[in-house]
Design a protein. Structure first.
Length: 188
């Protein structure tokens, strides 16, 4: 006779939001494949790269009346068991009533050893399902390397891997970001 383990049903976004509503502000939670996951604090190196990116994105976004934001969750109304929190997004339009963007133009993740598999796998698939998204940036911590997933107006995504001497093209924001600028103050 064999035994089957029963898995709890996948949590949906509405249930997830209700579950974390009363959690302390210093706790950061994301919903990944129906499971609530508390995020560990980032390293200083990770945070510095994210801040450098945020400054660069803000300079481009501000010119268009858009905003570069950290700490925002991302939702897709067609995928109800996934609500990740990337390191940085760019979005336009009115301020959101909650902490979840459904319309980012750019999403960026700074890779950590513990999140690399998800950032390059399931999260990448999720982000690329967003109709408004034009660029998904994966930024390495231990080397000057950025993976840029981008698409024009069609459904197909293209990948470019950039190094220290390259610039990240962001035509939807009307500019580019030097890869080297992301690593200011970071020994490599």
């Amino acid at each position: 006779m064999s035994l089957a383990l029963r898995r709890a049903p996948r949590m949906r976004v509405a249930e997830f939001i209700e579950t974390i509503r009363d959690r302390p502000d210093e706790e950061r939670w994301e919903l990944l494949d129906g499971e609530a996951v508390m995020m560990a604090p980032s390293s200083e190196r990770h945070n510095q790269i994210a801040m450098n990116l945020g400054r660069q994105l803000a300079a481009l976004a501000d010119r268009l009346g858009c905003r570069a934001l950290s700490g925002m969750g991302v939702r897709n109304d067609f995928i109800d068991d996934f609500a990740p929190i990337p390191d940085m997004i760019v979005r336009c339009g009115p301020l959101l009533p909650d902490g979840y963007a459904r319309d980012p133009l750019v999403v960026a993740e700074v890779l950590s050893p513990s999140t690399m598999h998800k950032d390059r796998g399931r999260k990448a698939e999720f982000y690329q399902s967003l109709q408004t998204l034009r660029a998904y940036l994966i930024i390495y911590q231990d080397e000057a390397r950025v993976e840029v997933w981008s698409r024009g107006n069609g459904p197909d995504w293209a990948l470019r891997v950039l190094g220290r001497d390259d610039a990240i093209p962001l035509p939807d924001l009307g500019g580019e970001i030097p890869v080297a600028a992301l690593y200011n103050g970071i020994p490599l």
